[in-house]
Design a protein around this ligand. Structure first.
Ligand SMILES: Cc1cc2nc3c(=O)[nH]c(=O)nc-3n(C[C@H](O)[C@H](O)[C@H](O)COP(=O)(O)O)c2cc1C
Length: 323
């Protein structure tokens, strides 16, 4: 029933880092992961290894970039494909922060479809990497379907055939990024209508999707669903997605996932001097919905990890939770 439908974990700055993605991949084989947004100039001039390296287990993984200089964006595409083997590149046209607007990227680009089109064209000229755009349904307080349709039409004419649409407007004046993820009203109908008007495009819906019934319902109208906060706060939701969308009935438990994470943490400490907390913080929500969920977060916050006691600490901690 859900053949050819796809589920994506949304890019979330300071959350979906490589440790989080490795952890999520232990729960789900079938979802597609995204990096956090990385500005194009950081990719070109910054510490590439630190910004772009990831574990091969994370595939399929899409690199999200922020930028609007066609040459720079195309250079990022070449780096993503040829040096780091990403499975796709995605341009962020949805981020509403002031800082990003001043750098001429993010949601303000919804007003500049020709420039976005140029970026797409340049990427397609220089690289074979699949390219997509993540955008909003509009700008400002008023919703306007024609505005969205014109944007999609212009950008798709330049070669982009895949759009992730966060079903809210972005309000660039007076609203913080946080408010922009809650206050502008969700309008899923606009996204469904885009799929109807452009049946050949791959359309993925995003925004406020937090349960399996709603995932299944959206999949009747569009090609895929992208989920951010619900997966971060309740990562085991992915197990339900595996079972109900991908028909994967492999028996996994939360405790098994944590046991599988131990060698990864030990290796990270050894190879990269990574702090244990920067990995375990992503597991805070793992026991959401069962007794012990608060205990696990408190336990991790209060315990002192040393280089060589990670395994025992994690095993001792989960012993007190009845899964
Ligand atoms: C903390 C946080 C950071 C985010 N960072 C990004 C980002 O880097 N790039 C992006 O396109 N969207 C970003 N978003 C937006 C999400 O990708 C997503 O569009 C939004 O949260 C709505 O989906 P949800 O309701 O399933 O969380 C971020 C959202 C949050 C909560």
């Amino acid at each position: 029933m859900f053949k050819n439908k796809k589920i994506y974990v949304a890019p979330m700055m300071q959350y979906t880092d490589r440790h989080d993605r490795y952890f999520l991949r232990l729960i789900s084989k079938n979802v597609i992961l995204f990096t956090e947004m990385i500005p194009s100039n950081a990719i070109i001039y910054g510490n590439k290894k630190k910004l772009l390296e990831y574990n091969s287990n994370e595939h399929p993984i899409i690199l999200q970039v922020g930028g609007s200089d066609p040459k720079e964006i195309a250079q990022c595409a070449i780096i993503a494909k040829d040096q780091y083997n990403y499975d796709g590149i995605n341009i962020n046209i949805g981020c509403p922060s002031k800082k990003v607007e001043n750098g001429m990227f993010g949601a303000c680009l919804m007003d500049k479809p020709f420039l976005v089109g140029k970026c797409i064209k340049e990427i397609k000229k220089k690289s074979k990497i699949p390219v997509s755009v993540k955008c909003r349904i509009g700008l400002g307080k008023k919703q306007n379907y024609l505005f969205l349709k014109k944007f999609i039409s212009c950008v798709s004419k330049n070669g982009c055939n895949k759009f992730f649409i966060h079903a809210r407007n972005a309000v660039l004046t007076n609203f913080s990024p946080k408010k922009n993820r809650t206050i502008p009203t969700l309008n899923y109908k606009f996204v469904y209508k885009i799929k109807k008007d452009f049946p050949n495009l791959e359309i993925i819906i995003n925004g406020g999707i937090d349960n399996i019934i709603s995932v299944k319902n959206h999949l009747k109208f569009v090609d895929g669903v992208m989920i951010g906060r619900e997966i971060y706060n309740n990562p085991f939701f992915l197990k339900k997605i595996e079972k109900e969308i991908f028909n994967n009935t492999t028996e996994i438990t939360r405790k098994k996932i944590l046991k599988k994470l131990i060698p990864y943490i030990e290796n990270e400490i050894k190879e990269n001097q990574t702090s244990v907390q920067s990995i375990t913080r992503h597991t805070f929500g793992l026991f959401t919905g069962i007794k012990g969920s608060k205990y696990w977060k408190r336990y991790l916050n209060n315990i002192k990890f040393m280089k060589d006691n990670v395994k025992n600490i994690i095993l001792n901690g989960i012993e007190n939770i009845n899964e």
